[in-house]
Design a protein. Structure first.
Length: 332
């Protein structure tokens, strides 16, 4: 038994040394040891179970645990379009043991619509995780309209009477709905939920008429035949649902919104720790089996340097600031 424990400890130590070397090389080309406290890592998902970010968080957790040699616990903290989860991360100790799976929207758009206790500088990017398409979805037994054209016609004839669900204020789902209304010249009854999971329950239960949802959280309902997609919110079709027309095909060439997820740490996390985490994330995402799991979940793995996610958040923040100044993002 002692021999087995020694072997396991050696395996964990060797894994940490390899990741530490990768982190050091990324920073300076020399050996700078990066260490994290020997305690469980909390992976915060700022939306309810069953949604896109929840699926993504649970897909990467085992790989991160393996690469870092520490257990990873997924914690759902839904509310306010991701703000509650982001707030918890902003208050966490900056030692790499509390992380957040998030889209840029919770960090950049939501603060323009609700009061937050954090700013963009409260967070540090670990890296991108994945991207997934957004769809306009309705129930298969919906009798008010059958396709996108009849949906638009019905919405124009009945202003404010078509209810549409989204996963939270300031989310990409919410932004897509706002743009759809403007570009299509319609008025919808927008209903906000604490994630795609609760939104889908009400959509399939008949409490709402349509939703804009991530393909990753909608695909099981499409495959079961309980829901159907009327549009991909993009200029191009998605190969995973090739029969669903794009927004451009349907006469809305400027309507292009998708969901990109990334991993965040507290803003004051040391650079060596961030590099260590980025190396672990990228190695996790490079696993062919995980990539296949992402494909089955209708998402695409996006390994790469943390700087890509940092730049994306900065760009989204500038866009959100401009929208708020123009009165397009209103407090709720």
């Amino acid at each position: 038994m002692k021999r087995d424990n020694t072997s396991a400890q050696y395996s964990v130590t060797r894994r940490r040394l390899v990741l530490a070397f990768a982190a050091a090389s990324a920073l300076s080309g020399g050996l700078v040891q990066a260490q994290m406290p020997n305690k469980p890592i909390t992976l915060i998902v700022p939306f309810a179970a069953g949604g896109n970010l929840d699926i993504i968080g649970r897909l990467i957790a085992p790989g991160l645990a393996k690469e870092l040699g520490q257990s990873v616990v997924v914690q759902n903290k839904p509310g306010a379009g991701g703000v509650l989860g982001a707030t918890e991360l902003s208050r966490a100790e900056a030692d790499g043991t509390v992380l957040l799976v998030s889209t840029p929207n919770a960090i950049t758009v939501a603060p323009k619509m609700v009061q937050t206790q954090y700013t963009l500088e409260s967070f540090a990017a670990v890296g991108l995780i994945s991207s997934t398409s957004l769809l306009l979805v309705t129930r298969t037994d919906q009798n008010k309209f059958q396709d996108f054209a009849s949906f638009i016609a019905y919405a124009k004839a009945n202003p404010g009477k078509v209810s549409i669900a989204n996963a939270g204020i300031g989310t990409s789902n919410h932004i897509a709905i706002m743009q759809l209304q403007i570009m299509a010249g319609i008025e919808l009854n927008v209903i906000t939920y604490k994630g795609s999971g609760p939104a889908n329950i009400d959509l399939l239960g008949g409490q709402v008429d349509v939703s804009i949802d991530q393909l990753s959280s909608a695909i099981s309902h499409l495959k079961s035949g309980r829901a159907r997609a009327m549009m991909v919110v993009s200029a191009e079709r998605d190969a995973l649902v090739p029969d669903v027309p794009s927004a451009k095909e349907l006469g809305l060439p400027q309507l292009e919104v998708s969901t990109t997820a990334g991993l965040l740490a507290p803003g004051k996390t040391p650079a060596t720790t961030l590099a260590l985490l980025n190396a672990a994330l990228n190695k996790t995402l490079a696993d062919p089996q995980l990539q296949e799991q992402f494909t089955r979940a209708a998402s695409r793995a996006r390994p790469g340097p943390a700087a890509i996610f940092t730049t994306l958040m900065q760009t989204e923040d500038k866009t959100a600031t401009a929208l708020a100044a123009a009165g397009k993002l209103k407090p709720e």
